[in-house]
Design a protein around this ligand. Structure first.
Ligand SMILES: [Zn+2]
Length: 331
């Protein structure tokens, strides 16, 4: 993984490129517009000269400063109105010559005053973990494309509700989690048999939150545990935690997918507890998806992990027939 300062440079260069490209595009649009509607160019020139003419006029007759300012204001309004009318008449939107920012919050600088804009933080996460991967998946997997029709409306195996009622409840919990993100602290555990849409729903949540500018880090349990093991052998005790760990702990939402399929050691089980515990203490949400039942979590990891999860997570149990198989048959 590249170091953080390399990533920083890369991101700052990205913002530079974006601003350069935007400015070039705007220049080109302006030139085209001026050659089509020369009056617009005259108006723009008059508007940009107005300040200078006012300064001169005030210097020449300082006693009339207020009148001069008022007439200038009126004049400017006339010019802007005329320009707007002209644009409209020729089928252009009134903001045609305004800059279109990719991120209007930071105006593509990456910073709002001295703090990093959310788009900067997300770029960092994207680049470092290639989790822009999520963005490709979530193009097709989002709440609108979630199909309840795959879940049976018949009760089975002594469950109190049908798989469809169950998935409806789960879906509304996921929507609530997404809607209240940042306002109400919660964590989700999605557990149960495979093929019932757990990863799909994680992706839906990720997408909604990414769209709101919230930083999301998506890791499979085996990726996470491999990184932990690697860190264990390369880092000495006194060193600061690595950038990877900083991000695992600091990102707005951490999604750990497919917990339970990885190779676990006492060390990684302990680390998993530390990560989850630290995040909960700092009110940073976690979503875990696993095929394991709650009692298996205790066996594979620890009782303290299970009790932390029971106490701090909304647990959503998935059951029913594997919809991946159903989808294959229906297609
Ligand atoms: Zn921004």
């Amino acid at each position: 993984m590249p170091s953080k300062s390399t990533l920083y440079k890369q991101i700052l260069r990205y913002y530079d490129d974006v601003r350069t490209a935007t400015a070039a595009k705007l220049r080109q649009k302006r030139e085209e517009l001026y050659s089509r509607l020369p009056r617009i160019e005259e108006i723009d020139n008059q508007i940009s000269m107005a300040g200078i003419s006012m300064a001169k006029a005030v210097l020449n007759s300082p006693t009339e400063a207020i009148d001069i300012a008022l007439s200038l204001k009126e004049n400017l309004k006339k010019l802007t109105d005329e320009k707007e009318q002209l644009l409209k008449k020729n089928g252009f939107p009134p903001d045609y010559l305004e800059i279109e920012y990719k991120c209007p919050i930071c105006k593509d600088t990456g910073f709002v005053e001295d703090t990093r804009c959310a788009c900067f933080s997300q770029k960092l996460v994207d680049l470092a973990y290639n989790s822009s991967n999520i963005k490709a998946i979530v193009k097709t997997e989002n709440f609108d494309s979630f199909d309840l029709g795959y879940y049976s409306s018949e009760k089975e195996n002594g469950e109190e509700i049908s798989p469809r009622e169950n998935i409806q409840r789960i879906l509304s919990s996921c929507l609530r989690f997404t809607k209240n993100f940042g306002k109400e602290f919660d964590n989700l555990l999605l557990y149960g048999s495979p093929g019932l849409g757990k990863t799909f729903l994680c992706n839906c949540i990720a997408r909604e939150l990414l769209d709101k500018g919230i930083t999301v880090m998506y890791v499979t349990a085996s990726q996470l545990f491999k990184a932990m093991e690697k860190e264990r052998f390369t880092r000495s005790e006194e060193e600061e935690p690595s950038e990877y760990l900083e991000d695992v702990l600091g990102v707005d939402l951490l999604i750990i997918d497919d917990l339970g399929t990885e190779f676990t050691t006492v060390f990684t089980a302990g680390e998993l507890f530390n990560i989850i515990n630290t995040r909960i203490l700092n009110k940073k949400p976690v979503i875990i998806s696993t095929n394991l039942a709650l009692k298996d979590l205790s066996e594979k990891y620890s009782d303290r992990l299970t009790s932390r999860i029971m106490g701090g997570f909304t647990t959503l149990k998935f059951f029913g027939e594997d919809i991946r198989i159903l989808k294959k048959f229906r297609k």
